[in-house]
Design a protein around this ligand. Structure first.
Ligand code: COA
Length: 438
């Protein structure tokens, strides 16, 4: 099955950690690439140990971002470890890294050296900021990128502070951008035979998703207000795009509305959209048919002035309906809406299980856990999600593939240049046993 997947035969060195890089390479692994996670001998990817829910098992943070991969534990700061890495680069198609700025150069793996080793290699790199940025030296995590990319200043309520989004706009989003870049570079290589460096900065990737806010900045500078924001027409605007709370943001006004039970359930809400072309049916749906032709409600301009009175009227209609009952009625009138779903509801959602978007995966030592499967659906194949590797689980196997014999492999274990279980054994996660310690 794996051999027939679209990316079968593509060898990827996954020299990444935390979330942005691993999310990218995990996607490539799902689609058939042979993804080899190269990790430090002590502890490996830091997420193996972060936020553990089972003391002796790799954390979900790691297992949910590193499925379908193999793991090689090497110390690239030893001559033998660096030689293994160079050998891998010679025989691979893609290398992905998201280390702190300068770390690859310090390791002796500059882009120039990598090109010498393998001119056909596609080198994918994530950094916090792009090379032209005056912040290019910074180490960056998710919320730092959200701050720098415009997401923070435009998220939240106007009378509160800038607010982070729960969605990984800086991390996984950057990884998805990088995956697109890598696949594009692989297609280019088909034509030219040449590899290239593909760089994505977290700031740029966040800004790309905040594109509509840059639209709004320019509109604001031209006309002085933004009519779809709650501040219009009764509030004030400055010269920067304000936080719009739960406003629709596009041409269709929307808001989060309370449903039956909101007093006790923090998620007893729906998101409700007033679609211009569906106004008459929307009025019917919410029991206000008289609003359809009323001059105070008939046009978008008239509604804008009393938008929050309209939403209050809809909340009166919602008061005796659960979020599910409300959506079941509204969908028959083609109102764009959805219940606000909790993570618990998503975890046990039978539709998401059926589609393979939420999947149960088997992990050594952990047992079964839930993860998010491929959100991309193909007509010709369905990605099968497998468990993440233990640290160094494939060290000996990979070294043998590279041509090292048993004595050489044993010597490298003894020197601490490589880590992981010796053939036939499994190490405890995040705690590599080298031959010298056995
Ligand atoms: N063998 C030997 N050394 C290794 C190794 C290996 N297999 N793998 C990594 N290292 C070393 C690196 O060379 C580096 O050494 P140096 O500092 O002496 O050069 C060291 O481990 C730590 O690297 P790194 O993980 O990058 O640093 P950090 O833990 O201090 O910073 C980040 C973590 C995420 C902040 C930083 O990597 C970063 O800003 N990355 C770019 C943006 C990004 O991807 N952010 C995370 C998004 S989820």
């Amino acid at each position: 099955m794996t051999d027939t997947l679209p990316l079968a035969g593509i060898k990827v060195i996954d020299f990444t950690g935390v979330q942005a890089g691993p999310a990218c390479t995990q996607l490539l692994a799902w689609f058939g690439a042979d993804v080899l996670k190269v990790e430090r001998t002590s502890g490996g990817d830091v997420t193996r140990n972060q936020l553990r829910d089972i003391p002796d098992a790799d954390a979900l943070y790691f297992t949910m971002l590193n499925s379908n991969k193999r793991s090689l534990a090497i110390d690239t700061k030893t001559p033998e470890g660096l030689a293994v890495m160079e050998q891998l680069i010679r025989v691979s198609d893609v290398l992905v890294e998201n280390f702190a700025p300068g770390a690859m150069d310090r390791m002796g793996l500059s882009w120039e050296h990598i090109q010498e080793l393998n001119p056909g290699l596609v080198y994918g790199s994530v950094k916090g900021f792009n090379d032209e940025s005056s912040y290019a030296d910074l180490k960056v995590y998710e919320n730092v990128a959200q701050a720098a990319g415009g997401a923070l200043s435009t998220t939240g309520f106007w009378d509160g502070p800038p607010t982070v989004s729960a969605a990984a706009l800086g991390d996984s989003n950057t990884g998805m951008h990088l995956a697109i870049g890598i696949l594009t570079a692989l297609l280019s290589r088909e034509k030219t035979g040449q590899g290239q460096k593909v760089s994505v900065s977290m700031q740029d990737a966040v800004l790309n998703l905040c594109r509509v806010k840059l639209r709004d900045q320019q509109r604001l500078e031209r006309v002085g207000h933004l009519e779809e924001y709650p501040q219009y027409p009764n509030g004030t605007f400055t010269d920067v795009v304000p936080r719009g709370g739960n406003a629709g943001g596009g041409g269709q006004p929307g808001w989060v509305l309370k449903c039956k039970g909101w007093e006790d359930d923090p998620n007893a809400y729906i998101y409700f959209t007033i679609q211009e072309q569906n106004w008459a049916r929307t009025c019917e749906a919410i029991g206000k048919p008289e609003w359809a032709d009323d001059p105070d409600h008939r046009t978008a301009a008239a509604r804008q002035e009393r938008l929050f009175d309209i939403f209050a009227g809809i909340e009166e209609w919602l008061a005796d309906k659960t979020k599910y009952e409300a959506v079941d009625i509204l969908r028959t009138y083609e109102v764009p809406c959805a219940p606000v779903l909790s993570m618990k509801e998503l975890a046990y959602d039978s539709d998401l299980r059926k589609s393979g978007t939420v999947v149960e995966v088997e992990q050594k030592q952990r047992g079964t856990y839930l993860t998010v499967g491929s959100p991309i659906k193909f007509s010709d194949f369905t990605p099968t999600i497998t468990g993440a590797p233990l640290l160094g689980e494939h060290t000996d196997e990979v070294l043998a593939e590279l041509g090292y014999d048993a004595d050489q492999i044993a010597a490298m274990h003894a020197d601490g240049a490589v880590g992981g279980a010796r053939t036939g054994e499994l190490s405890a996660p995040g705690d590599v046993v080298t031959a010298s310690q056995q």
